[in-house]
Structures are given as C-alpha cells and as structure tokens.
Design a protein around this ligand. Structure first.
Ligand SMILES: C[S@@+](CC[C@H](N)C(=O)[O-])C[C@H]1O[C@@H](n2cnc3c(N)ncnc32)[C@H](O)[C@@H]1O
Length: 280
C-alpha cells in the first residue's frame, strides 16, 4: 500500500494545479471521454458528465448525491439542466468553498454542498433516488465502506453510478507494481481495486442489475494529454519542491502524470477505466 496524504489535505494543495492545467471552465476533475467529434479536453470532460447523466436517467423529481464532488463541476452541470435536487459532498474545505461559491454565482438553488465523508454521512436512510461518484471512490481503502453507506442512503430501486479507474489484473510484476505505486502516490490514493473485486463488492453490499461499460478507449486521449503535462511540469515541480516552494505532493502529481500512461497502457493491460451501474 502506498503512503498517501489524507484526502482533504491532498485536494487543498492540488486543486489549484487542476484548475490551471486541466479542468478550466468545466470544474471537472476527471478523465474526459473522447468521441469522434470531440475537439478539446473541456469538451471531453463534459462528455464524461453527459455519460454519467445518461446512466443515471435523471428526472426532475430525483434527489441525487454526488459522492466526492470536487469543486462541483458535475453537480452544476446537472443542476442547470434538471430541476432535480443535487447534493455534493467532499472532504476538502477548499473544494467546498469553491463549489458553494460557484452555485451561488450561477444562482442555482437546487444544488448544495457539504463537507462530509461518503463512508459515514449524516443523511437519513433512503434519502436519495440516485447516487453517483466520479473518480472519488478510488480514495477509499475499502470500497465496501462506501457501497454499504450508498445502499443505506438509496431509496428502494435507487440507482448507483460509478465512473473510475480499476486494475485490470492482480498479478503485477515488479516494474508494474512501481508504476502503480507512482500513480497511487501522485493521486493520493491508498490502493486501486480490480474491476472484478468491485463487481463482487457491489453484490456484497446488496446491489443488483449490475452493468459495466468499458470506457478505456474513450480516455486514451486524456491519458496522453496528462502525460504531456507531466513531461512539461516534471523539472519545474522538481526544482520548486527542491527549494521548498511547493509541497511534495505537487511533484508527486507530475510523476503520476507520466506514469499513468504506462498504467493505462494499451499494451500492458495494468489498469482500465469504466462505468458501473447498479440498482438497490
Ligand atoms: C478526483 S476528485 C473528483 C471530483 C469530482 N467527482 C469530479 O469528477 O470533478 C475526488 C473527490 O473525491 C472526494 N473524496 C475522496 N474521498 C472522500 C470521502 N471519503 N468522502 C467524501 N469525498 C471524498 C475528494 O474530496 C474529491 O473531491
């Protein structure tokens, strides 16, 4: 298991890097899905939102939880298009402040945010009709902690959608383990579940009708873009970290940018990316 910063602190430090170099106007902290006509990273990030929204099959009566909402990009995306009620939760105080300000600025009163742990929220049983989590469940040491809580929070027949990276297999060699470790450290993650283990955990938590959409091909261009950012930033962040101008996690993040291309490699099949849909 890689040593990692606590999640709140990690995002308090890293959010600015994501803002400047990645998410820009989308406020999205996730891999973008590229389609035939996609031209920019921003469009690809929005495509991921659109895919999740399609999986959720949202209607205006829905009460939706975004478990690990970042600065609220997806919540605002949904809130502008539907009258559904959306609540986003994050561990990072800085993200919470940013997300709440954005919702106020655009005048959305169907979207709210709070600082909470998605494995032990203060919401009552069956509070939500839908729950989604985009690249946030990877932060839990034990996926079941989240899945059991999500099951508790969903109304009967409620829907859960998870968009994330997963290990494609367990038997990694020494080099592959190092690639994984560099990625986990740079992302601030404790571990990464295999797709199969996640499927089993969904079942253990009680979910049914589980479907998985493979999106590996769709994230290739994002992976390549992040790799180029890593090459560009490597020396700069190394120097800044050496002179103690930035914390170590900033340089670790550029090391991850370079390594995630090997992790999500077409050839090595170490990790993949996909979207799970399940029902209570
Ligand atoms: C990679 S960001 C993704 C943010 C957002 N889903 C998006 O796509 O823009 C991961 C998010 O998960 C949140 N997170 C991680 N562990 C959490 C936990 N136990 N409870 C609540 N949020 C958590 C982090 O605070 C961060 O906002």
């Amino acid at each position: 298991m890689a040593s990692h910063l606590d999640t709140g602190t990690y995002y308090n430090h890293l959010q600015i890097m994501y803002d400047i170099f990645y998410s820009k106007s989308t406020s999205g902290l996730h891999y973008g899905f590229w389609e035939k006509n996609t031209k920019t990273t921003e469009e690809s990030i929005i495509n991921t939102n659109k895919f999740v929204v399609k999986c959720l099959d949202i209607n205006d009566k829905d009460i939706i939880l975004d478990a690990g909402c970042g600065i609220g990009g997806t919540c605002l995306f949904i809130g502008k298009r539907y009258n559904a009620k959306i609540i986003g939760i994050t561990l990072s105080k800085r993200q919470l402040t940013r997300a709440s300000k954005k919702a106020n600025t655009v005048g959305l009163n169907n979207v709210t945010f709070s600082q909470q742990d998605y494995t032990k929220t203060d919401f009552k049983d069956k509070s939500f009709t839908k729950i989604y989590a985009i690249e946030s469940i990877c932060h839990t040491k034990n996926n079941l902690d989240f899945l059991i809580e999500a099951y508790r929070l969903l109304k009967n027949n409620g829907k859960l959608v998870i968009s994330d990276g997963f290990l494609a297999r367990e038997n990694l060699n020494k080099k592959e383990k190092q690639v994984l470790k560099n990625c986990l450290t740079g992302w601030g993650l404790p571990n990464l579940s295999t797709k199969e283990k996640f499927f089993e955990d969904l079942k253990k938590a009680g979910f049914r009708n589980i479907k998985y959409y493979d999106k590996f091909k769709s994230i290739r261009k994002t992976r390549n873009r992040i790799f180029r950012l890593g090459l560009f930033g490597y020396l700069l962040t190394l120097l800044m970290y050496t002179f103690r101008l930035v914390p170590k996690c900033i340089h670790d993040n550029t090391i991850m940018c370079i390594n995630q291309k090997r992790l999500f490699s077409d050839k090595n099949n170490i990790a993949t990316y996909g979207v799970f849909i399940a029902e209570k």
